[in-house]
Design a binder for this molecule. Structure first.
Ligand code: AP5
Length: 183
């Protein structure tokens, strides 16, 4: 199964992808986690990405696309994946589409996690990642609305909207039900 998870910062994409990955037997591939691993290892890419991440801005497409392409080319992603945080722009979605067509593959679904900003603000402030300050969270929301929300229209033919308000288990149950109903 090939699935993209879309949603605003703090919607629970990473949390749900971790659980769903175990249940569905496909890897969870998070562009944010890939970047954070580079930051931790102090690679050149990590140093470049950190500047953008700490400001709540998107890392440039060329860097992001190549990093995700390399991860998708690994063996465990052949049978499927849960992509969390990528694509995040229509240009990235075009790149992903071309990559999958080149492998005669396609996305089965795009799961949108719907949640109001007021619900996630406290969660993120409590988590306290370096990009979880109030100003940066506001900027991440703005970037989501302007750059990422257009993907909902782009993927309209395979979009499934999930109510992401509730406990982790409740949201997982909704997502699984929707994925299990796919043809
Ligand atoms: P990324 O790591 O993708 O951050 P994000 O999209 O802002 O998402 P978060 O990780 O904050 O939230 P989430 O929806 O995964 O929720 P989570 O499960 O963690 O990206 C970070 C940065 O990297 C970007 O700003 C950008 O700079 C760069 N980047 C990444 N991808 C890029 C791309 N494609 N192009 C360019 N740049 C890119 O949950 C959040 C918190 O809530 C956690 O503490 C969790 O425990 C808690 N929680 C989750 N679910 C629930 C629940 N149901 N109830 C209560 N608490 C919950």
């Amino acid at each position: 199964m090939r699935v993209v998870l879309v949603g605003p910062p703090g919607a629970g994409k990473g949390t749900q992808a971790g659980v769903l990955s175990e249940k569905l037997g496909v890897p969870h591939i998070s562009s944010g986690e890939l970047f954070r691993a580079h930051v931790e290892q102090a690679t050149d890419l990590g140093r470049e990405a950190k500047r953008y991440m700490d400001a709540g801005e998107l890392v440039p497409d060329d860097v992001t696309n190549e990093m995700v392409r390399q991860r998708l080319a690994e063996d465990d992603a052949r049978r499927g994946f849960l992509l969390d945080g990528f694509p995040r722009t229509v240009a990235q979605a075009d790149v992903l589409g071309a990559y999958l067509r080149g492998r005669s593959a396609d996305l089965d679904a795009v799961l949108e996690f719907e949640i109001p900003p007021r619900v996630v603000m406290d969660r993120l402030l409590e988590r306290g990642r370096t990009d979880d300050t109030e100003d940066v969270i506001h900027r991440r929301f703005e970037v989501y609305r302007s750059e990422t929300a257009p993907l909902l229209e782009y993927y309209a033919d395979r979009l499934i909207s999930i109510d992401a308000v509730g406990t982790v288990d409740e949201v997982t149950a909704r997502a699984l039900k929707a994925l299990q109903a796919l043809p």
